[in-house]
Design a protein around this ligand. Structure first.
Ligand code: ADP
Ligand code: ZN
Ligand code: MG
Length: 502
């Protein structure tokens, strides 16, 4: 059988306000060729200057990926000609990448693996070519935007593993706030390298698949390629080292070009940028950017809040959601709920009602932090339901109105008179009225009880309690109503015999 080897090269757009070597705005979707200047257009005689924020963000990612940050780092020119790159070289890193020899643990869907990171390096993006059929148009707004390239060792074996790697890397860079992870817009792009060989023989001839703009295509492209290469070896034919494209219309990879080797680029040190030696202040800034990462946070949610693995993972998928949850959980505790009870209830509301409310309002989960229903409002509502001060039904109603009107759910409940009714006399009266109106049902319950038909008795009693709730606008405490009902159905016990008079 064959063994397969997959290594990924992932490019992420760093969320800097300006480009990496000039002051032009770094943004998607602007009018073509409006964010350009002599530096990013490669005019002769111009000088690049390094964006410190890009350097910091790159090092934050490198550190989060457990890479060693070098004592000195610099840039090289990578020479090649292409119309989308007016300088005819790209400023990149070759000999001293920002990070080296790290790893990322990936976990989920039955996969648990440590993928080694070979290196992370900072470079500039090229412009964008738009092919119209008759002509090719060029938009240089993207030329010079800050890119971090993350290169793995060939440690993955299946398309599923590569897909999971991309998804978890995407989650990580979003957590770090350095990339929006939007694969459709190209903020996160992946090239996948894959080879196969007879087991035990090491790496085979690698094929690089480009044009993978979703993690699903990464999986499909690699799965296809592993099968294609296996068929070649089965037939005694060699696998040619080449670059292929994923054709999403035909669900197959297609030859693009036979790949250049690294030395074709004639890397040489960029003479216009000084060597950078990270100082303690810079290293501290990098450290400060390292938030708790998604995988350890998921584990902590399971341990600290007693949540199931799936729930913890769903909450930790988005940092803003996990932050919101923790804020609300802490408040629910101050409102008198046990930590586990509050957490379980909040998770439930967040992953159902809140999710629905967000999508209805067109707010992404990342935007939950500025949603009308704040963590405090949700915590207070969930606590009122948990402490049985409002019924679940009225609680849900209050949730909808609080979202709609940007209001505090507790004041809605007070104003609407939805607070649970616990006055025993009032409930007793409601029970008697229902019993009068439903005299036939009451007789049926008594008959069921006499016949020892517990099931029928219970369902009829539930029906009557429901009627009491209906009569009180859902407010009566069902336990108190049940007790009154029971008293009403129980025949008075016979008088105990009088003790003989002495
Ligand atoms: P290149 O110089 O062609 O860019 P690199 O050595 O930089 O090649 O590796 C690029 C990517 O390809 C890395 O992710 C690496 O893990 C992967 N890779 C290298 N050789 C192989 C191979 N034989 N099979 C599968 N992946 C490979
Ligand atoms: Zn510029
Ligand atoms: Mg390479």
């Amino acid at each position: 059988m064959y063994q397969s080897f997959i290594g990924l090269e992932v490019h992420i757009h760093l969320l800097t306000k300006t480009k990496v070597f000039c002051g032009c705005r770094s943004a998607f979707g602007d009018e073509p060729n409006t964010n350009i200047c002599p530096v990013c257009m490669g005019y002769p005689g111009v000088l690049p200057s390094l964006n410190a924020e890009a350097l910091r963000m790159g090092c934050v990612v490198a550190a989060a990926l457990n890479c060693a940050i070098p004592e000195r780092t610099w840039f090289e020119r990578k020479q090649y000609f292409y119309p989308d790159m007016p300088k005819n070289y790209q400023i990149s890193q070759f000999a001293s990448p920002l990070g080296r020899d790290g790893y990322l643990d990936i976990e989920g869907r039955g996969i648990q693996k440590q993928v080694r990171i070979k290196e992370c390096h900072l470079e500039e993006d090229a412009g964008k070519m738009i092919h119209t059929g008759a002509a090719s148009l060029l938009d240089y707004n993207r030329a010079g935007m800050a890119l971090l390239e993350i290169v793995t060792e060939p440690d993955m074996e299946t398309g599923e593993e590569a897909e999971l790697f991309i998804q978890q890397l995407r989650r990580l860079v979003r957590y770090l706030g350095v990339c929006d992870g939007n694969m459709e817009e190209g903020s996160l792009r992946a090239d996948a390298n894959v080879s196969i060989n007879r087991a035990g023989r090491g790496l085979g001839n690698k094929v690089e698949i480009k044009n993978l703009n979703s993690s699903r295509f990464v999986r499909l492209g690699l799965t296809y390629e592993i099968l294609r290469q296996s068929a070649l070896l089965d037939a005694g034919k060699p696998v040619v080292q080449e670059t292929r494209l994923w054709n999403q219309n035909r669900d197959q990879t297609e030859q693009m070009r036979v790949k250049e080797n690294a030395h074709d680029y004639r890397y040489f040190p960029e003479p216009d940028l000084p060597v950078f030696a990270p100082d303690p202040a810079f290293l501290n800034a990098v450290k400060a950017g390292l938030v708790e990462l998604p995988l350890p946070r998921t584990g902590r949610f399971e341990r600290d809040y007693g949540l199931g693995a799936e729930t913890a993972e769903a909450l930790c998928d988005e940092k803003a959601l996990a932050d919101y949850f923790e804020e609300a959980a802490a408040l629910a505790e101050t409102f008198g709920l046990s930590r586990a009870d509050g957490a379980a209830r909040l998770a439930n509301w967040l992953l159902t009602d809140m999710k629905r409310a967000l999508s209805r309002a067109g707010v992404s989960p990342a935007g939950i932090g500025s949603f009308t229903l704040t963590a405090r409002r949700l915590a207070s509502l969930v606590s009122l339901v948990a402490l049985e001060r409002v019924s679940m039904k009225n609680g849900k109603q209050a949730f909808e109105e609080a979202v709609r009107d940007d209001r505090d759910p507790e004041s809605i409940i007070k104003e609407r008179g939805w607070e649970r009714l616990t006055d025993s006399d009032l409930i007793g009266e409601a029970v008697r009225k229902v019993a009068d109106a439903e005299a036939r049902t009451v007789d049926l319950v008594k008959a069921a009880r006499a016949a020892g038909n517990r099931k029928r008795e219970r369902s009829l009693t539930a029906y009557l309690v429901g009627k009491v709730l209906e009569a009180t606008g859902g407010r009566a405490d069902p336990k108190i109503a049940g007790a009154h009902l029971n008293a009403l159905l129980t025949p008075p016990s016979p008088q105990p015999p009088q003790p003989p008079a002495v």
